[in-house]
Design a protein around this ligand. Structure first.
Ligand SMILES: C[S@@+](CC[C@H](N)C(=O)[O-])C[C@H]1O[C@@H](n2cnc3c(N)ncnc32)[C@H](O)[C@@H]1O
Ligand code: SF4
Length: 353
């Protein structure tokens, strides 16, 4: 069983914090881009040996998938039809300004059953600081529209750790999110990435370690469980859990990433180069050690946990030491971490003496 990620590299404007592979000025390439996606899909489905019903999850992310009309996605869904398992999770990311009710309905009709909105905040002033192009009202309206057209799996993304943030502001942002018909929230602490506008003004980051815990407690009190350091839900995303368990995933689109056995696959990032050669990818070979490190890191930052059997005897000894001091639990041969915010530190303790 595999996962599929489809990258849509178009945005209406560039948010000041964002380093994702997305362009605001190349919208005229959309239809040739979609044709290129179809070619890479054909190639990758074959390379990954995906059989009938072999995809348990599809995630269309970006960039901004809602910059592309549902009709343009039609052929892709036709192409994927026999590969999609019954009950598969099919998610699309959407921005509140472009996810009109018609767009949402069109995607729902194609078979998409989950929508993840980039909201970031319900405060217009904060949205301006981040250079978001939607208002708080539009964000609430988009979530309600998604529910109205039939979506029952709806997620919102929020960002915290921005100058001007306070406990009161975040409390209200979370309360607003929880008052909407959603079953999942992702909350990301602002990171200052090189190549972004914020890189030149790092003072926009509000450094406060306690904020993450505050956000977690507010959301958990609202009835959502934390199942990864940044993810909470009454529903746990199959796609997310698949990534954190290091399942194979196909990645198609400019700047997408794929993972198969011990290979990471990187198609072209540049849109024109991708369109010219959609089946090309750079291959990174991972060693056994790389894969173990990845499994430790991903497993401890989420509910997935870490299988004891995959560790070297030295690593097992160090992990058992953490169990002895109640920093990890060992349940049925799997180490479990109950404080995901400490996952980096715990990973390091297992990797090094
Ligand atoms: C792939 S992005 C795109 C989603 C969608 N285009 C949108 O912005 O509405 C997914 C999420 O990552 C988060 N994100 C991106 N860059 C970030 C950064 N530098 N710091 C914190 N969160 C970030 C945002 O919450 C964003 O919604
Ligand atoms: S956060 Fe989303 S909308 Fe903003 S630039 Fe990045 S991908 Fe585009």
């Amino acid at each position: 069983m595999a996962l599929l990620y489809i990258h849509i590299p178009y945005c209406d404007s560039k948010c000041y914090y964002c380093s994702f592979n997305s362009y605001t000025s190349k919208h005229d390439t959309k239809s040739s881009y979609i044709s290129a996606l179809e070619r890479s899909l054909e190639f990758e489905l074959d390379r990954f040996k995906i059989g009938k019903s072999g995809l348990e999850s599809i995630f269309i992310g970006g960039g901004t998938p809602s910059t592309i009309e549902p009709s343009l996605y039609k052929n892709i869904f036709r192409q994927l039809n026999s590969f999609i398992k019954d009950g598969a999770e099919i998610t699309v990311e959407a921005n509140p300004n472009s996810a009109s009710i018609e767009w949402l309905d069109g995607m729902f009709q194609l078979g998409v059953n989950r929508v993840s909105f980039g909201v970031q905040s319900f405060y217009d002033k904060k949205l301006k600081i981040l250079n978001r192009v939607h208002s708080s009202r539009e964000a609430k309206g988009a979530v309600l529209d998604a529910y109205r057209v039939g979506f029952r799996n709806i997620s919102v993304d929020l960002i915290y750790g921005v100058v001007g943030d306070s406990r009161e502001l975040l409390k209200r942002d979370i309360a607003t999110a929880l008052s909407l018909p959603i079953n999942h929230i992702s909350t990301y602490e602002l990171t200052i990435e090189s190549g972004t506008k914020f890189y030149d003004t790092p003072e926009v980051k509000y450094l406060n370690d306690a904020l993450g815990y505050y956000v977690r407690d507010e959301i958990v009190e609202g009835g959502f469980q934390q199942y990864e350091v940044s993810n909470y839900g009454r529903y746990r995303s199959i796609h997310n859990l698949g990534y954190w368990s290091l399942k194979s995933y196909i990645g198609v689109g400019a700047g997408a990433v794929g993972f198969l056995d011990n290979m990471r696959l990187y198609p072209h990032r540049d849109i024109s180069r991708y369109i010219d050669n959609p089946t090309w990818s750079d291959v990174e070979m991972l060693t056994r050690d790389d894969i173990i490190t990845e499994k430790i890191f991903l497993g401890l930052r989420s509910e997935v946990g870490l299988e004891r059997d995959i560790l070297t005897p030295d690593m097992q000894r160090r992990a058992d030491h953490l169990v002895k001091f109640n920093r990890l639990k060992l349940e049925g041969g799997v180490y479990k971490n109950s404080n995901f915010f400490l996952s980096d530190e715990l990973t390091l303790s297992i990797l090094t003496d």
